[in-house]
Design a protein around this ligand. Structure first.
Ligand SMILES: [Zn+2]
Length: 241
């Protein structure tokens, strides 16, 4: 599919809880689709550049939903850029829900919660391809910023392949995996088993029984719940604040 950068914004400064970054917006045509894509970076950039390709996740990044690790990975990447004095994150609003869009993503949550489906099964139930993301806009942005060699912050082999295919040398890839959080076990196992992400879960995590309640809605010990309908519970946990 042909990729064309149609327009590039001026750079604007971003100050957040990690530090100072620069934000640049790109209007990019991928075949018939025209979308806004962003680059948030810290420079000056010297090859090899730490790179993260970040799909938008409104539920995690804006509302703080803890069923996925997207927000954690985004902030962790910016933290590593800050530590190293440089790095580029491409950010893709159109990649919400692995590209199926926000509405369908939220419908997939409904299926996961009510019927215990995995992400892949829920997407299939909705008639969606489990991962429709193209990384062509990401590589176009990286090339525009002069990235020729990348130290990729990702667990996703598809992203490594996309960079290599575009002529950007991946001189290393770093895992971005969150510390143990019981509520994420099912999600991370599904990413590893069904999407091929390079996540090596500690064996004690793999030993956690896979029920929907454990996977997504951790409950304080001592709470007995006979309800097997897997509805979200409103119980607070010590770490829930
Ligand atoms: Zn997410």
């Amino acid at each position: 599919m042909s990729v064309r950068i149609l327009e590039v914004s001026k750079d604007v400064p971003i100050r957040n809880r990690i530090g100072m970054f620069t934000l640049r917006a790109y209007l990019i045509a991928e075949g018939p689709h025209v979308d806004t894509h962003l680059a948030i970076f810290k420079g000056p950039l010297t090859n090899p550049v730490p790179v993260r390709i970040n799909s938008a996740c409104l539920t995690g990044e804006v509302f703080g939903d803890r069923r996925c690790d997207c927000a954690w990975q985004m902030w962790e990447a910016l933290r590593r850029f800050e530590d190293r004095g440089q790095g580029v994150m491409t950010y893709h609003p159109s990649h919400e829900g692995r590209g199926i869009g926000l509405f369908q993503k939220i419908r997939s949550y409904e299926l996961m919660d009510e019927r215990g489906l995995t992400t892949r099964e829920a997407f299939q139930e909705l008639g969606e391809t489990p991962d429709v993301r193209s990384y062509a806009s990401a590589t176009a942005i990286l090339q525009d910023l002069g990235v020729r060699e990348a130290q990729l912050l990702s667990n996703n082999p598809e992203k490594i392949k996309a960079l290599s295919d575009s002529g950007i040398a991946v001189i290393g890839s770093e895992r971005v995996v969150m510390d143990f959080d019981k509520s994420l076990v099912g999600y991370l196992q599904s990413k590893a088993a069904q999407f091929g992400h390079l996540i090596e879960l500690p064996t004690f995590m793999l030993g956690v029984p896979m029920t929907e309640d454990v996977a997504f809605w951790p409950q304080p010990t001592g709470v007995h719940d006979d309800d097997t309908s897997h509805k979200p519970t409103k119980t607070a946990t010590a770490t829930g604040a």
